[in-house]
Design a protein. Structure first.
Length: 346
């Protein structure tokens, strides 16, 4: 058995009670995403464009936010492109092995999210300038923005933790990895976007309540761990060990197949835990059903949509097949700045 994309049998059983959905505006999102990444200079080379298109992030957005209107889905697709392009730089490139450079870039990102709207530096990298566009287009309440920023900041700290591990050659223990993985995957921030597309605004006492928080944590773990199963071959080929399968295999002296089976069982358990906590939240917070039901529906769509997209995308297979020497889809101008405007980065 080949770990990752070749071993989905147990995962199919884990998601059997979550029906797949697809947003009807998927074609518009795919077209818009191509134009947006071109306009903001996020993809400059033919190799990078071909790999990006094969990943099919527009369809990923459509599978995870099936009820968004066309404008909302296009915004989500752009957020996905931004997050995954940043993730590639942190996981696959030299940036993710350099804690200092990682910290410097994350500081620029935080400045966009927490600043007062001042003009960006002339040489700001495209990953920063495109974020400014996303942030301006994301319409939400001040408390939602504060929560989203907190999630991004926590993700930045977790990215530094990963970079430190890589610099030292440290394989993390399972509890530390699980805690940080929720944040390196930016999944809390992605779940926040459910409120944007659904037009809801969860009050703090609901968001911070135990049943809602536990359901959200379970859904986030399901998404992150499913991603780890499917990205295992890619990350192994690139020498990356921040993956739950790898961490479990190392901690318990297992074979790869045994570790995949153990992680698959953990995913199944977390899907069940999500269902239990969802039911508990709806019982405990009856006055907020109108806010909770679309949010829980969004979590279910995320878990199932992520599974379906991960099973079919070329994102992980292409990198796994290429091997560790071939990361020519990475573009330094994305995170280091450029000498001209986005349109001149060709």
């Amino acid at each position: 058995m080949s770990a990752g994309p070749g071993s989905p049998e147990g995962l199919h059983r884990a998601f059997r009670h979550l029906p797949p959905e697809l947003n009807s505006h998927v074609a518009a999102a795919v077209s818009h995403l191509h134009e947006w990444t071109e306009r903001h200079g996020l993809i400059g080379t033919t190799t990078a464009r071909e790999r990006f298109d094969r990943a099919d992030f527009g369809s990923f957005a459509a599978a995870t936010y099936p009820t968004a209107d066309q404008r909302g889905l296009c915004l989500i697709a752009d957020w996905f492109a931004w997050l995954f392009l940043l993730d590639d730089q942190l996981d696959d490139g030299v940036l993710g092995k350099d804690p200092l450079r990682t910290g410097e870039l994350m500081s620029q990102i935080f400045e966009v999210l927490t600043g007062d709207g001042a003009a960006l530096p002339a040489r700001a990298p495209s990953i920063v300038t495109s974020l400014a566009d996303l942030w301006q287009r994301t319409e939400a309440s001040p408390r939602w923005r504060a929560r989203f920023v907190d999630h991004v900041i926590t993700g930045g700290l977790a990215a530094r933790w990963e970079a430190d591990n890589r610099a030292r050659g440290t394989i993390p223990d399972v509890p530390s990895y699980v805690e940080n993985r929720r944040h390196t995957g930016a999944i809390y921030a992605c779940m926040d976007l459910i409120e944007v597309v659904e037009g809801i605004d969860l009050p703090p006492d609901v968001y911070d309540s135990e049943p809602f928080a536990r359901a959200l944590r379970a859904a986030c773990d399901v998404v992150c761990w499913t991603n780890d199963v499917y990205s295992l071959d890619k990350e192994t080929a690139l020498g990356e060990y921040h993956n739950l399968v790898t961490v479990v295999r190392h901690a318990h002296a297992l074979t790869t197949d045994q570790a995949v089976d153990r992680v698959t069982a953990l995913i199944t358990d977390e899907v069940d835990a999500f269902t239990r906590w969802e039911e508990e939240a709806l019982r405990a917070l009856p006055g907020h059903t109108g806010l909770l039901e679309p949010y829980f529906a969004g979590m279910r769509s995320w878990m199932r949509g992520n599974f379906d997209w991960s099973a079919r995308t070329r994102r992980y297979r292409d990198a796994a097949d290429a091997g560790p020497e071939t990361v020519d889809y990475l573009e330094l101008a994305l995170v280091d700045g450029a000498s001209g405007s986005p349109g001149e980065q060709r």
